[in-house]
Design a protein around this ligand. Structure first.
Ligand SMILES: [Zn+2]
Length: 268
């Protein structure tokens, strides 16, 4: 592996930031060349900081980083893509923060995986422009699980290994995929999975995003996929994803229209 110079440049996505002392912040970056990194942005909470506008979560930026004793330090940063359309809309923002949190939780520091960087950039671009903000997230979840070696078994029953029939089967995150009706009695914590659910999961795993985007997914099927992949993600991570609660809250708001004085229903 080449030695990293004292000051080095990398393009990165800001996954998260947290306060450090009175004026600094620790940023969690996912870099194109070095995987996940925690770095210090000094003075970024001062009003006249030159860095402040470039280090918000979900920003794609070019960073100049100086090697530090423990954490490296941001010396310069320039925004490449701010994903403003994502920030301006709670539906888009909640999904994007969920995707960023998954990458943060699923990866170890300094393990370069350019494909994951690319995947999150592509997903943020899709979230910025598409009316349907859930399909990009399902594609992202499945692609991430696959790239990290957690590909679910979708062709054969994980218990008896028989090929799945196109009937209602069952989803078992603990088992690592789908179980057939005959085997489900032996599996705890399984939920029914429709034939279309299995088909869509296969398409998410093997297809390109454009293939998935062409399929019309009704709300019941979208819900089935979200629950299945969400449970799989939680099981694999062995913990909750904070931003999943944010996605739920944003969606609940949308489903509870408030009646304005003029009589028209508006979103609260
Ligand atoms: Zn079976």
């Amino acid at each position: 592996m080449p030695k990293i110079p004292r000051v080095y440049k990398t393009v990165a996505l800001v996954l998260r930031q947290r306060r450090l002392g009175d004026v600094d912040k620790i940023l969690t970056l996912y870099t194109a060349q070095h995987g996940k990194l925690e770095v210090v942005a000094k003075g970024v909470r001062k009003t006249r900081s030159r860095l402040a506008g470039h280090v918000e979560p979900l920003t794609q930026a070019t960073f100049l980083l100086a090697k530090g004793k423990s954490l490296d330090v941001v010396t310069q940063v320039e925004t490449v893509e701010s994903f403003q359309q994502v920030r301006d809309d709670l539906d888009r923002l909640s999904r994007a923060l969920y995707c960023a949190e998954l990458l943060e939780k699923f990866t170890e520091p300094r393990e370069e995986q350019f494909a994951l960087y690319r995947l999150l950039v592509d997903t943020l671009r899709r979230l910025a422009v598409r009316a349907d903000v859930d399909t990009p997230v399902r594609f992202y979840e499945m692609s991430l699980l696959d790239a990290l070696g957690y590909r679910p078994e979708l062709e054969a029953c994980v218990t008896c290994r028989r090929r799945l029939d196109p009937v209602t089967n069952y989803w078992s995150p603990a088992g690592g995929g789908v179980v057939c009706a005959a085997c489900r009695v032996e599996e705890l914590a399984v939920r029914p999975l429709s034939p279309n659910g299995v088909k869509l999961l296969r398409l998410l795993l093997h297809g390109r995003f454009d293939d998935v985007a062409r399929v019309s997914i009704d709300p019941a099927l979208a819900d089935e996929l979200e629950r299945a992949l969400g449970e799989y993600v939680r099981w694999t991570l062995e913990r909750d994803v904070r931003a999943a609660a944010f996605v739920d809250a944003v969606r609940a708001r949308r489903l509870r229209p408030r009646v304005a004085s003029g009589g028209a229903a508006v979103l609260s």
